[in-house]
Design a protein around this ligand. Sequence first.
Ligand code: SF4
Ligand code: SF4
Length: 156
Amino acid sequence: MALQDESSMSKKKLPPVRPQRDQLSPDQVLCDFCTAKCCRYFALPIETPKTVSDFEFIRWYLLHEGATVFLEEDVWYLLVHAVCKHLGEDNRCGIYDTRPQICRDYTTDECEYEENWTYDQYFETAEQIDEFAEAIFQPRSDSIRSRKPPLLPVVA
Ligand code: SF4
Ligand code: SF4
């Protein structure tokens, strides 16, 4: 990193402060402080994988650009990171008047404004889901633990 003298650092523009939702005044709108997080992905619940072939399906999802899978409170979801084609560079909806019903129904009341994207389980690569499935379906004989040693004879 290049060193900066104190005078140039003091001139550096500070990034805008992102308020907490409970700090907004009545005339402020939460979305004005957000990078439109809700318009940059879609997520759908999927069946809980139970078999090796179910996990093969998930592996297939994860071979696609932008596809991830997460597990939250025992529900599995496919999450695709894909920006809506109508999101403008100003982070505003370009088809506001004709936006889909799901966008109309979505409100800031429970939105992901402060979401930090942590889940019970999160898979981004095919290798990760492979390892997870392997751990579940690994036969007992393949255990990484050493075999139990024989008991020592009892000395009278
Ligand atoms: S609804 Fe929430 S997540 Fe979506 S743009 Fe507004 S503040 Fe951001
Ligand atoms: S249609 Fe508008 S509100 Fe809906 S996801 Fe796209 S940019 Fe966001």
